[in-house]
Design a protein around this ligand. Structure first.
Ligand SMILES: [Zn+2]
Length: 140
């Protein structure tokens, strides 16, 4: 059974309990890496400057403590995330969203989850201007 690295665990620990429950379930069957949980001001402005976020601190979902967003990617055995491998990211995101729905239906998490590849949650992915395919967040 796959397990999170210490780095992933410490990042996941900065996230909302629903995100912790969700990804602790996902990791049992789909190996993945948590690259970001809570972002402080410095980290948020870095993400903004790099084009990885559209928001300044403290307006991002990563800026609440605990974080209302987690960035999670499918694990790559050679440890080089291929940022252009949209097919694999989309496969992973569909898996995560299916688990999230199941956990919500079972009352194990209390919030709906939104994926950064389908912000308007209409299940279409071609109508999005900004894609953040490793981003998962709590709906308010
Ligand atoms: Zn994110």
């Amino acid at each position: 059974m796959p397990k999170f690295s210490q780095s992933s665990l410490s990042k996941l620990a900065t996230c909302h309990i629903d995100l912790q429950v969700l990804f602790n379930e996902v990791i049992k069957t789909f190996d993945c890496v948590v690259t970001e949980g809570y972002r402080n001001k410095e980290d948020q402005e870095k993400a903004f400057a790099a084009g990885n976020s559209k928001l300044h601190f403290p307006n991002g979902k990563h800026n609440q403590n605990p974080s209302n967003a987690a960035d999670v990617y499918p694990y790559d055995p050679i440890m080089t995330i291929d940022w252009n491998d949209n097919q694999r990211f989309h496969y992973f995101a569909g898996y995560v969203m299916g688990i999230a729905q199941k956990l919500k239906d079972e009352g194990k998490i209390t919030h709906a989850i939104r994926w950064g590849g389908d912000w308007d949650r209409d299940t279409e992915i071609k109508d999005e201007k900004f894609r953040d395919t490793g981003h998962f967040e709590i709906m308010a």
